[in-house]
Design a protein around this ligand. Structure first.
Ligand code: ADP
Ligand code: MG
Length: 476
């Protein structure tokens, strides 16, 4: 891949000056996260800038456009999976025998369907993530890492990063290149989807509820979406599962009330890892799912985003069954798939497990978890797979071909970290938004992008996990 900043990346004086400008610009633009001190002592309003790269990273224009062009297809697919009870049941059958978290989500899914859905308007906000796989001949290909169907973050803060990078490029004497950075504001698109769902829910007095974490470090990212809603005169409240357990109720037609206020839309920024739940929180989740409120996502859509579902999608014929009559959409999606393999009991699973043990650097071993830091690579992958290869636990994982992008030099700016040049790789995410009323899809859009970059020493992990940093694509 082209290295557009070759002339400045090793110029220590220029880099130091640009970094100082960059950090102040990020603080000024509101590219912020609360640090842990502030979370533990809320009266101390201590913030830091969200970590970001000094320089925008080169992204091949054709692959960037390909990722945008396939986003509506993925929206359609996720929505179709969420409505396909049999597919979810069959696909997750082996997983839920061994993975308690997925099993609990699935129990709620089943219970809600048995009672009959009260919800008639559906809102999906997802982010499809990709890396650029470098072939032997040096050409790069777009490869999907995963689709996040719940709590996909950084749609707010990412819009701040592009402005900062524009300034950095100017400081480095690259005014022409600065003018080529693309405008990007996913938060606006996400809010548009939430507003549409709120409107279709059809109650002027009803509010939008953000379901938030106990410890809210990434609050400013969420505020970007909230403020877009307030500017449309839609009221937003922020509550935790705990609040829902204590204060939430349903009326006879299963309208959801929080502290006496009717809730039209529940937007989850929490609830995707086992640590988010105790018994009370599970009860709160069930209450929300049973309600008429538009959940973003509903529990079926959350299940559609599991790694096991992703692996099944890559099986020949699966997409055709899920989306009959959409051969072009299917071809576009399939073109982004990496090799994915089931570790279910049986010959197919035995064979791929043996292959991965013999050659672990070709693969990534993934459990059914979100949020970064859960996957296994290299020697660790080999050891774990060796240990579980004959036990039922094996089926709680999937295997995926390891994507190998071409690294580029950059600086990761992180509070309290020294300024040093690193070899970095990037992951591009495209935000998707859709709204369905009954059977009619009334909105289906790509809403913007997110580029995250990390050093090559880290195999896994996102921005919130402290590994990757925010970045801006510079199309080449
Ligand atoms: P999570 O749900 O935890 O975000 P991901 O599937 O996105 O799980 O994996 C986390 C990180 O691991 C990704 O952001 C990426 O950096 C790395 N990763 C995941 N899959 C692959 C892969 N197939 N090849 C290379 N790196 C990968
Ligand atoms: Mg991920």
């Amino acid at each position: 891949m082209a290295a557009p900043w070759r002339d400045v990346v090793r110029d220590a004086a220029a880099v130091r000056e640009a970094a100082a400008v960059a950090v102040d610009a990020a603080l000024l633009a509101g590219g912020l996260m609360r640090n842990l001190t502030a979370v533990l002592h809320p009266c101390l309003q201590v913030v830091n800038y969200a970590p970001f790269t000094l320089l925008p990273s080169a992204v091949p224009r054709a692959l960037f456009e390909q990722a945008y062009a396939v986003q509506q297809d993925f929206n359609l697919l996720v929505d179709a999976i969420s409505q396909n009870k049999e597919f979810l049941e069959q696909t997750l059958a082996s997983t839920i025998k061994v993975d308690d978290f997925t099993a609990q989500l699935f129990r709620i899914h089943t219970q809600v369907l048995e009672e009959g859905l009260a919800q008639t308007v559906f809102l999906g906000i997802n982010r499809s993530d990709y890396m650029f796989d470098c072939g032997l001949d040096g050409t790069a290909a777009l490869r999907q890492i995963e689709i996040n169907t719940i709590a996909a973050s950084f749609g707010g803060l990412t819009s701040r990063t592009a402005d900062v990078h524009g300034l950095v490029l100017k400081v480095l004497g690259k005014t022409e290149e600065a003018s080529q950075l693309l405008p990007n504001n996913p938060a606006k698109g996400l809010a548009l989807g939430i507003a549409k769902a709120w409107e279709l829910y059809g109650s002027q007095r009803a509010v939008v509820m953000f379901l938030v974490e106990e410890i809210q470090r990434n609050i400013f990212d969420q505020r970007c979406v909230e403020n877009e809603l307030w500017s449309r005169n839609i009221c937003v409240i922020r509550r935790r599962f705990r609040d829902v357990f204590e204060q939430g109720s349903l009326d006879a037609s299963r309208r959801l009330y929080m502290d006496g206020q009717e809730v039209a839309v529940v937007y989850y920024r929490e609830g995707y890892v086992p640590q988010n739940y105790d018994q009370q929180n599970w009860e709160a989740r069930l209450l929300l799912e049973r309600s008429r409120a538009v959940k973003c996502p509903d529990i079926a859509t959350q299940l559609a985003g599991t790694k096991k579902v992703q692996q099944e999608l890559s099986r020949p014929g699966t997409l055709e069954k899920l989306l009959p009559g959409h051969p072009e959409a299917i071809a576009r999606m399939r073109a982004t798939f990496a090799g994915l393999y089931s570790l279910d009991k049986g010959e197919e699973g035995d064979r791929i497990a043996a292959t991965a043990i013999a050659d672990p650097d070709r693969f990534v071993l993934k459990p059914q978890r979100e949020g970064g830091g859960n996957n296994l690579y290299g020697e660790e992958l080999r050891q774990v797979l060796e240990k579980i290869k004959d036990s039922p636990e094996r089926t709680s994982y999937i295997l995926m071909d390891k994507i190998k992008p071409q690294p580029a030099l950059n600086y990761l700016l992180r509070a309290h970290s020294p300024l040093q040049v690193s070899e970095c790789i990037s992951e591009l995410g495209i935000f998707g938004v859709y709204v369905r009323q009954g059977q009619e899809l009334v909105l289906n859009q790509a809403a913007g992008h997110l580029l995250r970059t990390k050093t090559i020493e880290h195999a896994d992990g996102g921005v919130a996990a402290g590994v990757a940093v925010l970045d801006t694509p510079y199309l080449v």
